[in-house]
Write a protein that binds this ligand. Structure first.
Ligand code: S3P
Length: 181
């Protein structure tokens, strides 16, 4: 039997891609892959150092290559980095072999979740909430272009995972955002 189409979780930082992704992978017996973790392991340094030493454009090149690699596989739950939507080819590639689902939360909720985090270079230094609001506004149209979405504010990780699983099931059955065969 062929492995199921991937579940690809996109969304702003702190919307729960990694936590809900791990939970849904466990529920469905699929393999979870966190894109940032793969990049960190392969580069041998944290995301913040990749940004600082090699620059964001280089990070985006690495990210793009990993999208192409992962889109060539099946049966994965993929937790993307928040900026994956910046290149529309990333979403097009993922949609060929998977169901792309956008996780969403309001800036305040995102701020609460990432407030004490130091590993996200785009939110480093200065007023974190203001930075979230600014980036969020700039990227909102890109996230809103994804037809399938789950609002994670107010949901437990298990509840978010159940909604993701339901969207994937419906898409695989030929419903909304129908999954590739
Ligand atoms: C980024 C989000 C991060 C990471 C990098 C850039 C972004 O991933 O890829 O810091 O551009 O939004 P998370 O969304 O997992 O925090």
């Amino acid at each position: 039997m062929q492995a199921p189409p991937n579940i690809v979780l996109v969304g702003f930082m702190g919307t729960g891609k990694t936590s809900a992704g791990k939970a849904v992978a466990a529920q469905l017996g699929m393999t979870f892959v966190d894109m940032d973790d793969v990049l960190v392991e392969r580069q041998g340094k944290p995301v913040a150092r990749i940004f600082a030493e090699d620059g964001e454009p280089h990070f985006r090149v690495l990210e793009r290559a990993l999208v192409r690699e992962l889109a060539g596989r099946r049966g994965l739950v993929i937790g993307t980095g928040g900026g994956v939507v910046l290149n529309p080819e990333n979403i097009a590639d993922f949609a060929r072999t998977g169901v792309v689902i956008c996780l969403a939360a309001d800036p305040q909720t995102i701020f609460r979740r990432v407030e004490h985090d130091t590993g996200r270079p785009l939110l480093a230094g200065g007023d974190k909430l203001a930075r979230i609001r600014q980036l969020y506004a700039a990227r909102q149209p890109l996230y809103e272009a994804i037809p399938l979405r789950v609002e994670t504010a107010g949901l437990t990780v298990e509840q978010a995972a159940a909604r993701i699983a339901a969207l994937h099931r419906a898409a695989c059955a030929g419903g909304r955002g129908a999954a590739p065969r």
